[in-house]
Design a protein around this ligand. Structure first.
Ligand code: ADP
Ligand code: MG
Length: 327
């Protein structure tokens, strides 16, 4: 394997607010160029972790290193933050009475005017903000504010970008515009990113690796495929997608399976589960069919609506796709 440079490293970070522990023994390596998604429910400690990585908050124990050098505590410095690491908070800070262009230019105020002009144009293009460049920040939509905050943070080409819930509160259109902007960033800027989200679809789509945070602890780190297909336990499985519980009579173990792994069969003798259709839900690109028998419920997906409520169905699956619930 290539010996990749580690940009940012958190070692054994713990943090409590008063007597309440919020983060316990968190260690993360962020290689150059990697996009690391932190996936966790609300209150799991995501924003606190990002503030510690972004040098806005000191951990109680543990250390943060940047390019191999341990950084001094934030409290020992005159200013919070760190030029090479840019954090975009959940409530992004813009100058409300300045235009988009002025907000972005402000970050570049000490630069040569010609460079500044060119860089601002680049940033407006990457973040698709050209059409609102003269709009005051306070009049922008949520999606435009989010992209202005990103453009502003990128102005000085940070090595590490930290994004707190970048897609939260965005409608579908703005999500797509931001997604395109992020895709552009990944291609054009050689930077690493840690982004925090409670939406598994975003974590799965955008991460090179995902760290799952539960009650302030990282319970799994892996590629999106590893976390989705080989979750360490049913908590991670449910956080990252839908699951069906199975009753494994033979082993007595609690087992589960993803709905997309369940297939319909016309041959009752080949089926592992049979029951009646209880509900059919349309999800745009597929139909979710929920069935039940005396033992329990099972959901599976169809591309067409070829079943009706009350129909009897015979279902099968490969034992390879059955997962055993961990502790
Ligand atoms: P997330 O971003 O995953 O929702 P946070 O890091 O914001 O989680 O919060 C984690 C826990 O710490 C929550 O229970 C929250 O109420 C608590 N918390 C966050 N900030 C503070 C603070 N400044 N003082 C006291 N408790 C806090
Ligand atoms: Mg948060």
């Amino acid at each position: 394997m290539k010996n990749t440079k580690i940009m940012l490293q958190a070692s054994s970070i713990s943090k409590s607010y008063g007597s309440v522990p919020v983060l316990s023994d968190i260690s993360i390596d962020l290689p150059a160029g990697e996009w690391l998604g932190i996936l966790g429910e609300s209150g799991s400690g995501k924003s606190t972790l990002l503030k510690i990585l972004g040098r806005f908050l000191d951990a109680d124990t543990g250390s943060i290193s940047f390019k191999g050098n341990e950084l001094p505590p934030v409290s020992s410095e005159l200013m919070r933050g760190y030029d090479a690491i840019k954090l975009i908070h959940q409530e992004f800070e813009l100058f409300p009475n300045q235009t988009v262009e002025e907000n972005i230019s402000y970050s570049l105020r000490f630069y040569d005017p010609a460079y500044k002009k060119e860089r601002v144009e680049d940033l407006l293009e990457i973040t698709a903000l050209g059409s609102v460049r003269n709009q005051k920040a306070k009049l922008l939509s949520g999606g435009e504010k989010q992209r202005t905050a990103i453009a502003k943070s990128l102005a000085e080409q940070p090595d590490v970008l930290l994004l707190d819930e970048p897609f939260a509160h965005l409608d579908n259109h703005n999500r797509r515009v931001l997604a395109d902007a992020i895709e552009g960033l990944r291609k054009q800027q050689k930077m690493s990113c840690v982004f925090v989200t409670h939406e598994s679809a975003d974590a799965l789509a955008w991460s090179d690796r995902i760290a799952v945070l539960k009650d302030g602890e990282i319970i799994q780190i892996g590629t999106p495929q590893e976390v989705y297909n080989k979750p360490v336990n049913s908590y991670v499985a449910e956080l990252t997608g839908d699951i069906n519980w199975l009753n494994d009579q033979e082993s007595g173990k609690k087992t589960f399976i993803r709905p997309e792994k369940i297939k319909r069969t016309k041959h009752p003798e080949k089926s592992k589960w049979s029951g009646k259709v209880q509900a059919i839900r349309f999800h745009g690109n597929h139909w979710e069919v929920r069935c039940a028998n005396k033992q329990g419920d099972l959901a599976f997906y169809r591309n067409r609506r070829d079943l009706e409520i009350g129909d009897e169905v015979f279902l099968t699956y490969s034992s390879r796709d059955v997962m055993v619930a961990g502790e």
